[in-house]
Ligand binder design. Structure first.
Ligand code: IMP
Length: 426
């Protein structure tokens, strides 16, 4: 029995989907514990590309089972669209996908609220999926859970209460009575399918662990989008960090064996907010094109930056991620000089720890170390010792600076473009 948490170490889009999919070989269950369909996990399986937003990537393996835990917020319409997307590709989800009865739901009024905020109030650059407002309702104790959605009377009562409470901004978009009809009609259409998936999943996980089964917790977003430790307020509304796996699934901390942090060989982020090592110009353009750096959910171009060790050290610490998966090194194959940010300076003073002051974070200047690039293709190499010498030096330097061990290196979308240095197994 083993439970591993796979988490993003940057601002999301690190390639967690591929790493989870690669390690799924050894697992029985794959569990999502936070976020919602703001995530976009890209996986290439049998030469086909899949982008999953809500359902764990383990679903692509016919013998794996998946859970959407209580910590996830679910847009029921997006959920059935995703099950249809999979079924159309001959991937059956029935009997393999289970959804926590305690998970909270996203309705159009959450998206209205978010749209209103993004357009008229504070802009965060969100995915506009209604994630933040759904978590607000959860913690404000007016949310609607899966268990409530299944019960006719309970659901109508709670929906009415929410429509009344949120009337003033719903009216900017639709008549509340009209919205109620839309939500009820959609529910009638999709409820028979959804009912099949809903379970008390924390109980299921407890039994599976007791039976010696292996579990992967698949984090969404990344450490720097964590609501508590990220670049607030430009964060998501959940806790993507490894600790979030426990309240988000109902599994106790003592059951978690390992954490693997996924980081790119450089840094990207979508949305707004501070980004100390951001680069622009030709190099950013080249890396963006080579890395296909467009958000998997929104299609927005990603902002590009050099690898930031100050930020990475924070992510290693708060996640307990002493094992790292380093992704997308092939994107740096043609870069002559590769920079690593080893520290920041602020008003001439060295800053070693990631600052949480909005002002300081905006003002810090990165201090770079420059490494010679390897100027050779890395795709298809499956043995660490066969990597170009400068690639190995780059990897060793990251390990040294972060006091972590790189256990997996990825240089392409396919499972074949992966070096598994330390066979983790389970
Ligand atoms: P929200 O999660 O839609 O509320 O968006 C909040 C911030 O998190 C925005 O900057 C989004 O671009 C970012 N974000 C949310 N999900 C992801 C993801 O899966 N990858 C990268 N960024 C994300």
């Amino acid at each position: 029995m083993s439970a591993i948490v796979i988490v993003g170490m940057q601002w999301g889009d690190e390639g967690k989907g591929k790493v989870c999919h690669f390690l799924s070989n050894w697992t029985d269950w794959v569990v999502r514990y936070q976020g919602g369909n703001n995530a976009g996990h890209t996986v290439v399986f049998d030469g086909k590309k899949y982008v999953l937003h809500l359902i764990p990537s383990g679903i692509l393996y016919p013998d794996k089972k998946c859970i959407i835990g209580n910590g996830v917020v679910i847009d029921p319409v997006a959920l059935v669209e995703e099950t249809k997307f999979l079924r159309d590709r001959e991937i059956e989800v029935a009997g393999r996908l289970f959804i926590s009865s305690n998970s909270h739901l996203i309705f159009p009024y959450h998206q209205y609220k978010e749209g209103f905020r993004e357009e008229v109030k504070t802009r965060i650059g969100t995915t506009r999926k209604g994630i933040g407002p759904a978590y607000e309702d959860k913690y404000g104790r007016v949310g609607i859970r899966m268990a409530d959605y299944l019960e006719d009377d309970t659901f109508v009562e709670l929906l009415d209460r929410n429509l009344r409470e949120k009337k003033s901004f719903i009216e900017r978009y639709k008549k509340p009575e009209e919205l109620k009809e839309i939500i009820l009609a959609k529910r009638e259409e999709i409820l028979p399918e959804i009912k099949e998936y809903v379970r008390e999943t924390s109980l299921m996980l407890d039994k599976e662990l007791a039976a010696g089964k292996n579990i992967i917790f698949e984090g969404a977003q990344g450490a720097m989008l964590d609501c508590d430790f990220g670049t607030y307020p430009f964060v998501t509304s959940s806790n993507p960090v490894s600790g979030g796996a426990c309240p988000g699934s109902g599994v106790a901390p003592v059951c978690i064996d390992k954490v693997i942090g996924v980081t790119k060989a450089y840094t990207t982020r979508v949305g707004l907010g501070p980004f100390p090592t951001e680069i622009e110009g030709d190099l950013a353009h080249t890396l963006r094109e080579k890395g296909g750096e467009y958000g998997a959910t929104t299609g927005r171009p990603r902002r590009l930056g050099w690898l930031d060790i100050v930020q990475l050290k924070l992510a290693v610490r708060i996640n307990g991620a002493r094992k790292l998966a380093l992704t997308k090194i092939d994107v740096l194959d043609d870069v002559k000089e590769i920079k690593i940010c080893t520290g920041y300076s602020h008003n001439g003073q060295a800053v070693e720890d990631f600052p949480f002051s909005r002002k300081v974070l905006k003002e810090v200047k990165p201090v770079y170390e420059t490494l010679e690039g390897w100027m050779a293709p890395t795709g298809g190499i499956t043995d660490f010792d066969k990597l170009p010498e400068n690639t190995r030096k780059f990897i060793r330097r990251i390990e040294e600076l972060t006091s972590s061990k790189i256990v997996l290196v990825s240089m392409g979308k396919s499972k074949d473009d992966t070096i598994y240095i330390e066979k983790e197994g389970f």
